[in-house]
Design a protein around this ligand. Structure first.
Ligand SMILES: Nc1ncnc2c1ncn2[C@@H]1O[C@H](COP(=O)(O)OP(=O)(O)OP(=O)(O)O)[C@@H](O)[C@H]1O
Length: 291
């Protein structure tokens, strides 16, 4: 089966910074894939490369076998939410989506369809600036879907959402998958993705360190993953990497670490003079902290 998204020896440098180094991975059509990595790992850069917003230093980022700029109607191929603030604040909600639908060559009625899909039909006539944060994020999603794209790229879509909004978004993404669409979303944490993604690609400091079915990953990572709280996450990250561990994700003071036992982690933290405020070894199968 031809992959829907294909990173082929993809490298991106920004001056001296290597944001992505020889990345190779493929995303299956009709699946939800999570691109997992810590802050600055290269997740957004990867999405930008697929979208043609930045050019690869070497290698290629293919959508359905071709770079995005080779598709005659790119908005029918891929829709993306990279920045939720992209809608113009003084526009009406409906006009914002109509504009996107028009650019994609879709009929005018497409705007109503996608606003209904994201539950914003009732506020279609409002100015964008009057929308609170959660509906504004839904609007960004509607705009991404305006071109009826085969593939949807979402940068940290679950980040900062409340539980109801997370549940709603997951249901919507499952519906999009049910329609045969491909979804690639990024996240800093594995926690919370288990019941959503089919496949995972794990990126660490610009390198792909693993990819495959989420079930296999979740079992392996649960076995090995330690979730830890520290008031000095940055030096702790450095000490963990120095010791050969892998930082899977960070969010504020919380980190997910693999490749080390909790005893080793405790020793590393003590050696670096960093206090651990909480540590949970995530067990296979249950996801619950040990009692
Ligand atoms: N336009 C740019 N110019 C210079 N450096 C950049 C640029 N874009 C990204 N980088 C650097 O490339 C690296 C990867 O950044 P990227 O935004 O892709 O990471 P990320 O995994 O999405 O992290 P975050 O969750 O913080 O957005 C970082 O070191 C970042 O500072």
């Amino acid at each position: 089966m031809m992959p829907m998204l294909d990173a082929k020896t993809l490298t991106k440098r920004f001056g001296p910074v290597v944001a992505l180094s020889d990345a190779r991975f493929a995303v299956r059509p009709g699946a939800i894939t999570g691109l997992l990595g810590a802050d600055g790992a290269g997740k957004s850069t990867t999405l930008r490369l697929f979208l043609g917003l930045v050019r690869p230093t070497s290698g290629s980022a293919l959508i359905d076998g071709r770079p995005i700029h080779e598709w005659p109607a790119p908005a029918r191929k891929v829709g993306a939410v990279m920045d939720v603030r992209s809608a113009h604040p003084s526009r009406r909600v409906i006009d914002s989506v109509r504009w996107a639908a028009r650019l994609a060559g879709m009929p005018r009625s497409r705007a109503e369809t996608v606003l209904d899909l994201v539950g914003l039909g009732a506020v279609a006539g409002q100015r964008v600036r009057r929308l609170p944060a959660a509906p504004r994020r839904r609007l960004a999603l509607a705009t991404a879907l305006a071109g009826d794209p085969e593939t949807v790229l979402l940068d940290e879509p679950l980040d900062g959402l409340d539980p109801q909004e997370i549940a709603w978004l997951k249901e919507l993404l499952r519906r999009l998958r049910g329609q045969g669409r491909t979804v690639l979303l990024t996240s800093r944490l594995l926690a919370g993705l288990e019941d959503l993604v089919d496949d995972l690609v794990v990126i660490s400091r610009g390198r792909i360190v693993g990819s495959g079915s989420a079930t296999a990953f979740v079992d392996r990572f649960r076995l090995e993953t330690i979730s830890v709280l520290s008031d000095r996450p940055r030096p702790l990250c450095a000490a963990v990497i120095e010791a050969g561990g892998e930082v899977l994700g960070t969010q504020g003071r919380r980190m997910e670490i693999s490749g080390l036992t909790s005893v080793q982690l405790g020793e590393i933290a003590r050696g670096a003079g960093i206090a651990l405020m909480g540590l949970v070894e995530v067990r296979p199968g249950t996801g619950d902290p040990p009692s």
